[in-house]
Design a protein around this ligand. Structure first.
Ligand SMILES: NC(=O)c1ccc[n+]([C@@H]2O[C@H](COP(=O)([O-])OP(=O)(O)OC[C@H]3O[C@@H](n4cnc5c(N)ncnc54)[C@H](OP(=O)(O)O)[C@@H]3O)[C@@H](O)[C@H]2O)c1
Length: 249
């Protein structure tokens, strides 16, 4: 799966799934923009690791919900690495774990609008050049919870269902320009975002999973690398669960 000569921008790449994805795409030969929001040192460590192993990367700060910051993130990536071929929309793991009856309007809006803004602004900033160059590949990181909700996840499920719809709409509109748009939907993955979960609960979920474990960030990164490669060149508008078989559609 060679991505040699390609430039990728991964949002939320300082930690977790985003960091693993940035490193995996770099291993495949892509030059990578490593976006971070607050975790500058971990983002620089991701860049260092890529550079030490012979790759090319740059750390780019932005809150992906803020259009001006997104514009400079994209500008800095393009001037350091070249035009963006691959955009991975991964940032954001703030999940208000609450029953709907107890959730405030503000908590619901923050989650749903934050997730949508974090997709909308990078897409708006990157798509015009992809259309002009008649090439591009976009991956939205969703969640298995968008198709299979769980109690206390209503805001998260709503947000992820919304971005799934956006990804499908863009696959429809952008195919004519040679731009592929796909969704990768992780199951439970061991990252900072899931560190609140007791080990017994995590192990129980692993035991109920056909492949008998929960995911590591590298499992999700591998699926992203697969879908952005030219081997998947005729795949667009797809929703790919990466859940060890826990979510089967
Ligand atoms: N872990 C799971 O079980 C799981 C399952 C399904 C889907 N997902 C999805 O996978 C994605 C990554 O989750 P994760 O578990 O890897 O989370 P994580 O380990 O908590 O990392 C979150 C990353 O997103 C960045 N981020 C958060 N808000 C941001 C913002 N406003 N602007 C830019 N970057 C921002 C963080 O940056 P800073 O640290 O620099 O602030 C960090 O790099 C999320 O979309 C999540 O919903 C995760």
């Amino acid at each position: 799966m060679s991505l040699s000569g390609k430039v990728a921008l991964v949002t939320g790449a300082s930690r977790g799934i985003g960091a693993a994805t940035a490193k995996r795409l770099a291993e495949c030969g892509a030059a990578v923009g490593v976006n971070y929001f607050t975790s500058q040192a971990p983002a620089l460590a991701v860049v260092d690791e890529i550079v030490r192993t012979g790759g090319k990367a740059v750390a780019v700060q932005a809150d992906v919900r803020v259009p001006e910051q997104v514009a400079s993130m994209v500008k800095n990536t393009v001037s350091a690495l070249g035009p963006i071929d691959i955009l991975v929309l991964n940032a954001g793991a703030n999940v208000p774990l609450k029953l709907f009856a107890e959730m405030t309007t503000e908590e619901f809006e923050n989650k749903v609008m934050g997730e949508l803004r974090g997709f909308f602004h990078p897409l708006k900033a990157v798509i015009p050049a992809m259309i002009e160059r008649k090439t591009g590949c976009i991956v939205g990181i969703s969640s298995g919870l968008s198709r299979h909700p769980g109690p206390r996840f209503s805001a998260h499920t709503t947000a992820k269902s919304a971005v799934d719809g956006l990804m499908k709409s863009l696959a429809l509109e952008l195919g004519q320009f040679g731009i592929r748009v796909n969704t990768v939907a992780p199951g439970l993955t061991i990252t900072d975002a899931t560190s609140w979960m007791p080990a017994e609960q995590r192990d129980a979920i692993g035991k109920m999973t056909p492949l008998r474990r929960v995911a590591n960030p590298e499992d999700i990164a591998g699926a992203v690398a697969m879908i952005v490669s030219d081997d998947a060149g005729f795949v667009t508008g797809s929703y790919i669960p990466v859940s060890g078989g826990q979510l089967m559609l």
